[in-house]
Design a protein around this ligand. Structure first.
Ligand code: ADP
Length: 624
């Protein structure tokens, strides 16, 4: 931001917005028109933050302006002059605050996101905008020019007036202001005339800000509830109130998917909590997992917004409030992090949330699946990170499978209940999508036998499942590994004829160190060959993931075992060809082509060109 040296008067300083800020303002003002009414929610939320800050500070510091003044938000609308003002007795802003806080965009990624909306890349559905606070600047949706009068709470502070038309620049000047806090005022612009009435303003406040921590007055009337909903008895809380409260703390437009109301009294910690699970995951969910909107209160007083320490990261989609009487009010972040009370709350809260999810899964499966589809990728990581609750999280995992229709899910428990008598192991296969998995030759045997195989389609699955060696005493195994325990009737080795033995040796001498071994297959039905991993090597999906994580750096080669279906007609033909003329060049070509087809199927073919040239040669022969 650059200070303009050619000022109109001595005292008024003029500042230019940075180019990025100008773009952002332009988008907010001209493209976000779906919900201009949220300007009021944003301003009240800023006032409420400022009031929380002064309340917190006043606990230890009485040397502030107006230490006894009531903590409140006053809204006034003057019909005649068409002026709306919102004033708080919060902490106020210094001159630097005004320049730094009202001149820049706080949230990183804001601009990209808003540009995405403008260019039609992000869909402008109500709830995206709702979740996405546009902050103070949303006021320019309803006003052409905005004034902010403010005075910081310290005794030697001065008053300032900030003014801007939200286009290119703003001004700051010193003013005479006695009271601590901030007052924002403006005229409604013509396109926002619909808001210019007390009834409408009251409606908006109660819709979005009913549960603010401080009283909100419109004229002389107090118009919000100011009650700690979580302190009421469960039976006294109406669903409507719960939903409103949830929307208030999250800015979500949708009702929550589920909630739990807790009142915990133990020797280690006492607390009440109102906890929610949202319906949909935010657009940047897996990139940005900081806990948002899980607030920590001490005896009804907010002591930490967005408190990361209340829950493990894998549950960071959870919203709500936790209120305890066991933490001192003026406790610092570091103290809360290391306190026993805090770790007790965290542990109890985690368990209660897992119980709630399990209950949801038992009683309202559809809702649970909705949750799992939205938050599963993060939630699953708990298997690797929360050892004490690992078993409970494993019960809550869901997978698609070969016995279910696309889009249907099973738990491990349900899988086990469907296992046939002789089946001793739980099987899975991983892949990018159901249709790719369905075509994998390694699935053929299991399909023929009607043995269910779990489909690991979410990329996170291959990081989770290999660390769960068994469930209900049954080993969990990838069907792409060599050591699967086949059904008893298939264990008896077929007497191997010399013919196919010789052919397999030829495979080995052609493929050399490209394969770890070449063996007759027990699992193939329709395909001629397939690749499987040795029992201690990586499965293909894991390998792919490692490649991505290694950012293209070469990995040690993961050499596989080639299984050959000796009853396949093509293999039969090759045997005959081998007997007739063991040096026929078509033999080598066919073997290489078979091997590379298997590589192609698992997405590991090194050179398309070689593969295609060889295919054309073979076609030439076949069409001779
Ligand atoms: P956010 O609230 O997401 O940080 P805003 O654009 O709404 O973004 O506000 C920017 C900053 O301006 C706030 O973080 C706060 O520091 C300051 N601010 C805004 N309104 C007030 C107010 N009423 N009292 C004190 N500070 C305020």
């Amino acid at each position: 931001m650059s200070k303009n040296t050619e000022q109109n008067t001595e005292k008024v300083q003029k500042f230019e917005y940075k180019a990025e800020m100008k773009q952002l303002l332009n988008i907010i003002i001209h493209s976000l028109y779906t919900h201009p009414e949220i300007f009021l929610r944003e301003l009240i939320s800023n006032s409420s933050d400022a009031l929380n800050k002064i309340r917190y500070r006043a606990l230890t510091d009485k040397n502030i302006i107006d230490p006894e003044s009531e903590l409140k938000i006053s809204i006034n609308f003057d019909k005649k002059s068409n002026v709306l003002s919102i004033e708080d007795t919060g902490i106020g802003m210094t001159e630097d605050d005004l320049i730094n806080n009202l001149g820049t965009v706080a949230r990183s990624g804001t601009l990209e996101f808003l540009k995405g909306i403008k260019d039609g890349k992000e869909s402008v559905s109500e709830h995206i905008i709702g979740k996405f606070g546009v902050g103070f600047y949303s006021v320019f949706m309803v006003a052409d020019e905005v004034s902010v009068e403010t005075r910081y709470a310290e005794k030697d502070s001065k008053g300032y007036l900030w003014k801007s038309n939200g286009e290119g620049s703003y001004t700051v000047e010193e003013i005479d202001r006695k009271e601590r806090g901030t007052k924002i005022h403006f005229n409604f612009k013509d396109s926002a005339k619909e808001f210019a009435s007390e009834d409408r303003i009251k409606g908006i406040v109660t819709k979005y800000s009913n549960f603010a921590d401080f009283p909100i007055f419109l004229g002389k009337e107090k118009i919000n509830t100011v009650e700690a909903l979580w302190r009421k008895n469960e039976s006294e809380i109406e669903e409507k109130e719960l939903n409103e409260f949830y929307k208030f703390i999250t800015n979500d437009y949708e009702d929550p998917l589920a909630h739990v109301h807790l009142s915990v009294e133990s020797t280690k910690a006492n607390f009440k909590a109102l906890i929610f699970i949202p319906k949909s995951a935010p657009y940047d969910f897996m990139r940005n997992q900081n806990v948002k909107a899980l607030h920590l209160y001490s005896n009804r007083i907010l002591i930490q917004r967005d408190c990361n320490d209340l829950l493990p990261e894998y549950l960071s989609f959870v919203k709500g409030v936790v209120d305890t009487s066991d933490l001192p009010l003026n406790v610092s972040r570091e103290v809360t992090q290391s306190s026993n009370v805090m770790s007790e709350i965290r542990s109890v809260l985690t368990q209660k949330i897992l119980i709630m999810l399990q209950r949801l899964a038992n009683k309202e499966n559809e809702k649970y699946l909705h949750f799992f589809k939205n938050f599963g990728p993060l939630f699953k990581t708990g298997v690797n990170h929360d050892f004490s609750n690992r078993d409970k999280i494993i019960e809550l995992l869901r997978f698609e499978s070969s016995s279910l229709k696309e889009g249907e899910f099973t738990s491990l428990k349900e899988y086990v209940s469907r296992m046939k008598g002789e089946q001793k192991e739980i099987y899975y296969i991983s892949g990018d999508s159901r249709s790719i998995i369905d075509r994998n030759p390694n699935l053929e045997y299991f399909k023929k036998k009607g043995i269910e195989v779990l489909f690991l389609i979410d990329p996170i699955d291959v990081l989770i499942i290999p660390s769960v060696p068994e469930y209900d005493k049954k080993p969990i195994k990838s069907i792409e590994k060599a050591d699967i325990d086949l059904m008893p009737e298939d264990k008896i080795d077929k007497p191997e004829d010399n013919l196919s033995k010789d052919l397999l040796s030829l495979f080995k001498s052609v493929l050399k160190d490209k394969v770890a071994d070449v063996v007759p297959s027990k699992r193939l039905v329709e395909s001629a060959v397939t690749l499987v991993s040795g029992k201690d090597s990586m499965d293909p999906q894991m390998e792919k993931l490692m490649k991505i994580m290694n950012k293209g750096m070469p990995l040690p080669p993961n050499v596989k075992i080639l299984e050959v279906n000796t009853s396949h007609p093509l293999i039969g033909n090759l045997s005959k060809m081998y007997i007739a003329d063991s040096s026929n060049p078509l033999l080598e070509k066919s073997i290489l082509q078979l091997f590379e087809s298997a590589l192609l199927l698992e997405g590991n073919l090194p050179s398309n060109a070689d593969f295609i040239n060889r295919m054309i040669d073979l076609m030439k022969e076949a069409t001779k």
